[in-house]
Design a protein around this ligand. Structure first.
Ligand SMILES: NC(=O)C1=CN([C@@H]2O[C@H](COP(=O)(O)OP(=O)(O)OC[C@H]3O[C@@H](n4cnc5c(N)ncnc54)[C@H](OP(=O)(O)O)[C@@H]3O)[C@@H](O)[C@H]2O)C=CC1
Ligand SMILES: N[C@@H](CCC(=O)OP(=O)(O)O)C(=O)O
Length: 413
């Protein structure tokens, strides 16, 4: 079954790599229209997943990730429209040069081929991945979280109908419908057909992919995200940023996990922080220095600074200065998103240079690490590794290039 999916995806990718931008945009428009005209069918499939999720005791934040509404489908279609409007990176040529031996050399941006993505139980991600891979001329094999199977089956069926309606090969987008995790292991060995694997998910998933994949892996890993409040930060504005980073959507990978506070402002800042965050039901755990300032803070465990909370819990720590903040982040960050809140330009510059995460922020929320927010239309994942893509992966991250050498029946001496 899986071999058939992979083989047919590769065949579809050979067709898709020859599609023009206009043809690919037409396919995306068809998907958008099919989603809008099949809203009820999609929502009723989603309600099956939601009901099963509630029966199986999924947390509120997991249910929120799973939920589709008419409004969320409209937002998904807005993202599709953005992807349609973005420039197609495929086919652009660069670095052209005439060599002394007469060969004219250039590079051309091309699709990767077939991209396999293993991802969490969020049905909007199914559309994000399908739209970005199609626009870049790649076929995709999707393996979403088991809790969202009904939604994904329906969405992929609708995508296939849309593709067929514009004469595209429906195997450009395929879903692994069997939730058996052994199939993930099998998928990781299909290097004959699949060019890139992107695991979006927790550490166990990442480890399984790194240890078992014979296909190049781009990690969309966990986000233990930090903010450091410097001694000369604008306190009121810093509180706004911290509240946004922690509270707006606590279950996502780019939400704030650990707040580092300069010791010079700890006494004044911490009570304000606790007042602001407890209004939002945030549970704060901290080091003994922070508890000495405000006894509403609970003690943090030894592994607290290595925890991605994915909830309304926040770890805090008082640090000497920006240098200790950088050292703490180096020791505990997962290279996702980290930031500094400061009005001191040299500290901001130092932080940006020394913190080696995919996205580093100055006076901004870590929540911006998102393809849509970055103007990429959507993201296939937020890469937490260094090669070849970093941070929210949009269209360019799904391409590679080939050298094209042109001569006049030229031979090498
Ligand atoms: N950087 C990024 O792009 C993103 C990172 N994340 C991170 O993901 C985590 C939360 O997502 P969550 O849904 O809990 O992630 P999980 O890792 O639990 O699940 C993600 C996907 O991986 C599969 N999976 C998990 N373990 C295995 C295994 N042992 N063998 C085969 N397949 C497996 C799941 O399948 P199954 O259905 O069987 O559970 C699911 O499809 C957070 O840490 C978050 O930061 C989330 C989204 C984006
Ligand atoms: N795109 C996201 C961030 C990545 C993501 O999907 O995270 P998650 O909710 O952990 O699956 C957002 O900020 O909306």
């Amino acid at each position: 079954m899986l071999k058939h999916i992979a083989e047919s995806a590769q065949l579809a990718s050979f067709e898709l790599m020859q599609a023009s931008t206009i043809e690919k945009n037409n396919a995306l428009k068809a998907i958008k229209n099919h989603i809008l005209s099949n809203k009820e069918i999609i929502l009723s499939a989603n309600s099956l997943d939601m009901n099963a999720g509630k029966t199986n005791g999924l947390t509120e934040s997991l249910l929120d990730r799973l939920l589709l509404t008419s409004q969320r489908l409209d937002l998904i279609c807005e993202d599709l429209e953005t992807v349609i409007k973005l420039d197609d990176p495929v086919g652009s040529e660069f670095d052209g040069k005439q060599l002394e031996n007469g060969l004219f050399l250039k590079k051309r941006t091309v699709p990767l081929g077939v991209i396999g993505v293993i991802y969490e139980a969020r049905p909007n991600v199914t559309i994000d991945i399908a739209s970005l891979t199609l626009k870049t001329g790649n076929a995709c094999i999707l393996r979403g979280g088991k809790e969202t199977l009904n939604s994904n089956i329906t969405l992929v069926k609708i995508i296939k109908q849309a593709l067929k309606s514009v004469g595209f090969n429906e195997n450009c987008v395929q879903l692994i419908e069997d939730p058996d995790r052994n199939l993930v292991l099998e998928l990781l060995k299909m290097d004959k057909y699949i060019d890139m694997i992107i695991p979006r998910g927790g550490q166990k998933l990442q480890n399984i992919c790194i240890e078992n994949s014979t296909i190049p892996v781009i990690t969309g890993g966990i986000g233990i995200c930090h903010l450091f409040v410097d001694n000369n930060a604008n306190i009121d504005k810093a509180l706004d940023v911290i509240e946004n980073a922690k509270v707006q959507r606590p279950s996502v990978c780019n939400a704030l996990d650990t707040l580092l506070i300069h010791k010079k402002i700890a006494k004044d800042f911490i009570p304000k922080l606790v007042a602001r965050l407890t209004q939002n039901d945030v549970f704060i755990k901290g080091c003994h220095q922070s508890i000495d300032v405000d006894n509403r803070i609970a003690p943090i465990d030894i592994d607290g600074y290595d925890t991605e909370w994915l909830s309304l819990t926040l770890g805090i720590k008082v640090v000497e200065d920006v240098n200790e903040a950088i050292l703490h982040i180096r020791a505990h960050s997962t290279s996702h998103s980290d930031g500094i809140l400061t009005q001191n330009i040299s500290n901001a510059d130092l932080f940006v240079m020394a913190v080696n995460s995919a996205a580093v922020y100055v006076n901004a929320s870590t929540r911006f690490s998102d393809g849509s927010q970055f103007g990429l239309g959507a993201e296939v994942a937020v890469s937490t590794q260094k090669l070849h893509a970093r941070g929210p992966m949009g269209l360019e991250a799904l391409t590679t290039y080939k050298w094209i050498g042109q001569g006049d029946n030229l031979i090498r001496n």
